[in-house]
Design a protein around this ligand. Sequence first.
Ligand SMILES: Nc1ncnc2c1ncn2[C@@H]1O[C@H](COP(=O)(O)OP(=O)(O)OP(=O)(O)O)[C@@H](O)[C@H]1O
Ligand SMILES: [Mg+2]
Length: 282
Amino acid sequence: MNSRISIKNIVREFDDHRVLNGIGIQIEEGEIFGLLGPSGAGKTTLIKILTGQLPQTEGEAKLLGTDTRKLTDREYSRIGMMLDNTGVYERLSCYDNLLLFARIYGLSVEKPKEALKRVGLWETKNRPVQKLSKGMKQRLVLARAMMNEPEILFLDEPTSGLDPANAREIHKLIQKQKEKGTTVFLTTHNMEEAEKLCDHIALLFEGSIVEYGNPKEICKRYNHQNKICLSLKDGRQILLENNCEGAKRVYDCLREGVVEAIHSTEPNLETVFMELTGRSFE
Ligand SMILES: Nc1ncnc2c1ncn2[C@@H]1O[C@H](COP(=O)(O)OP(=O)(O)OP(=O)(O)O)[C@@H](O)[C@H]1O
Ligand SMILES: [Mg+2]
């Protein structure tokens, strides 16, 4: 299978500062890939390289099989982007913003309507962008990025600054896009978002990818304790071995009716990141 995105040994320097230090990733058709890393790690820089907005210092990046330094309208018509900088016109209405983009990209005039309905903004189609809430504006920007039915969607922190309800709306839209077969490349600071949405993630730290894989599998790999934690009704917690002996204690406690909750000691991505880098994510 041809990778949708293929990155080999990408280095990017700004003056003397090496931001990306030999990055390699393959992203396959229809997967949601999440690039995670603290502020300043180089996430936006990598998206800019992949979308032909910035050249790398060294290495090779291919998008849809084409060198990202040589992208043409043919490739651009097959991708969608939602970057930090939202790039919508504040004084224009939702509808006019999308119509303008539809014209630029030579899309059917029906597309803005479809796109606004898809993100739940059809009722507010005539409202100027400057009067939208933050969540509505994010949805509008996403609608614009998806309007050309892209094969690859780049989303740079799509839920940054949104409350959980609005973030969930965006998650649903991203998942629907994946169901249609779109490949999604997203960046996020939000570990829960990554665990929930992504098929694969890469943790970017100090210019390198320090971990890569399926989020749940990564967490399992770092489950060094491999224990079962029982929280009892009297407030005590007991750690049991994950074996027959442990199972017997769980059974006994359950029979006695003293168990409040049972957990495994599997870490979350946040804990894995701390273990790898010695610092917290935010
Ligand atoms: N055009 C530029 N000129 C000089 N330095 C730059 C430029 N663009 C980015 N940098 C530097 O590269 C580093 C990575 O920036 P980048 O925006 O890629 O980080 P990020 O991971 O997206 O961070 P955030 O999570 O805050 O968005 C930063 O130290 C930044 O200052
Ligand atoms: Mg960024």
